[in-house]
Design a protein around this ligand. Sequence first.
Ligand code: URA
Length: 205
Amino acid sequence: SEPATSNISAIESWEHAAAAARSCRRCDLWCDATQTVFGEGTRNAPVIFVGEQPGDQEDLAGKPFVGPAGKVFDRAMADAGLDRTQAYVTNAVKHFKFQLRGKRRIHEKPNAGEVKACRFWLDLELGFVRPQLVVALGATALKALTGETGSLAEARGRKLALPDGTPLLVTVHPSYLLRLPDEAARARETARFVADLASILERVP
Ligand code: URA
């Protein structure tokens, strides 16, 4: 198949970017993944959410945040009074990275090179959507967007911005909530996540 273009200025629309990303070979993750999972949602959305990478179900569906983490995200968005369909939702990395254990595909964290390679697509998405606010869901998104490897806890709740000045809100990844073993901790952290999301309404009225 045709190689994806490496020339960012040759891609003049979101549709073109989404189509070109399907044959992306900028890193090796395409080899084992089912398909590219590009961002989706409202094309001129005021807010763009950036996750880490598609999971098992997203890889099969070709859509971001449709699996267990997506369910947590949807619920928190609704509880925060936000409409996901009016936002744009994407990931720092567009292919599912996993390790095969028996029949199960176990999520594996993308490395710095993979995140960097995929910035190409994230930059295009940011450029076409031109949001008023970018929301980083978790450390990988934060790293992809800012290059900063600092702790999520430190970045969370602070007024940050991308290098181009676009306001940035940092919160946890919904999978973090799923991994909390203690029910009380999960309830507390989920409420905090919902509060982070609700704060979007103050920044993007
Ligand atoms: N986790 C992510 O970061 N993104 C998805 O799309 C699904 C799970």
